[in-house]
Design a protein around this ligand. Structure first.
Ligand code: ATP
Length: 288
């Protein structure tokens, strides 16, 4: 038997770092929303008691470094499963791009194995597995729009954003999240106004959401990737309503409610970068 799960990417609407914790992680306060740019994760039974991962692109690890592998490993250990599984990942989300591609594959694997092995896991039980893998996996389990605090694993669901297009531009370079956080520690932090963004989302105020987009990692990554500033100013010229780098970057996204502007952004940005996407927002998974 095989089960298929969709694994949507996320963008950060607001990302603040409050400080470094004793356990080495950073204390964050961030608002994320899932978008309709998604990997496909298929889990199927294997006759032998083993975990096999296949990824559709060569630069994603297929061993225990893959977050989907880790999800299967933790579930097998926790529930005493002695069956084997083959996990096939079709990557559509750019890798190491600030879009939580690996985390969402892990979250999709948890949802898929719960179905494949009929484990009847509650959302809380899935969260316990997610937290063992990485900070963004917890958010990716349900997706939607949420405030994430702690190291990113404490979640509060928020109302959905007003309908809009998300245009994403991925510069050719990739960045290491760990290195960006390390660089952040040696400089003053420019804090975004997370509370004001929470109010704007509550009010469904698209203009304010665009104005309040903020990410304290953006200036850090910008020092390494000169293309980010160029992409931002070009998107602004074309007329995007709100523009920001997602996560630790280097992907830049723009929000717009106008289809014609979305088309202009795609056409204009394709001249600059080969990886340009226009997607809608994604609803949360109905987990309880
Ligand atoms: P985040 O936004 O959560 O910081 P990211 O989008 O910047 O993540 P990922 O695409 O998750 O980055 O990739 C980061 C690293 O994780 C990659 O370099 C890759 O080696 C590793 N990785 C492990 N599992 C996966 C997976 N299923 N898909 C992609 N990368 C994976």
């Amino acid at each position: 038997m095989k089960v298929l799960e969709k694994a949507p990417a996320k963008i950060n609407l607001s990302l603040d770092v409050l400080g470094k914790r004793g356990d080495g992680y950073h204390e964050v306060r961030m608002i994320m929303t899932s978008i309709d740019l998604a990997d496909r994760v298929e889990c199927g039974d294997l006759p032998e008691n083993q975990i096999e991962v296949r990824a559709s692109v060569p630069y994603v690890p297929e061993d225990e470094r893959n977050f989907a592998y880790q999800a299967a490993h933790h579930i097998k250990a926790k529930y005493g499963i002695r069956r084997g599984v083959e996990i096939t990942i079709t990557k559509n989300i750019p890798v190491a791009a600030g879009l939580a591609g690996g985390s969402t594959d892990a979250a999709a694997t948890i949802r898929a194995l719960n179905r494949l092995w009929k484990l009847g896991m509650s959302y809380q039980e899935m969260l316990a597995v997610a937290e063992q893998i990485g900070s963004d996996v917890a958010f990716c389990l349900k997706g939607g729009t949420a405030l994430a605090t702690g190291r990113g694993e404490q979640l509060e669901a928020l109302p959905p954003l007003p309908p809009c297009w998300v245009v994403l531009v991925k510069p050719t370079v990739s960045v290491s999240t760990a290195q960006i956080y390390k660089d952040l520690d040696s400089r003053p932090i420019e804090h975004p106004d997370v509370d004001a963004m929470l109010h704007a989302i509550d009010a469904g105020d698209f203009e304010s959401i665009c104005r309040l987009l903020g990410n304290c990692l953006e200036p850090v990554t910008m020092r390494k990737v000169a293309d980010i500033a160029k992409i931002k100013s070009h998107m602004k010229e074309i007329g995007a309503e709100g523009i920001l780098m997602s996560g630790s970057g280097p992907t830049v996204f723009a929000l717009t409610q106008h289809e014609s502007r979305m088309q202009r952004l795609i056409n204009g940005m394709r001249g600059y970068c080969s990886q340009v996407y226009a997607v809608r927002l994604c609803k949360p998974f109905p987990l309880v």
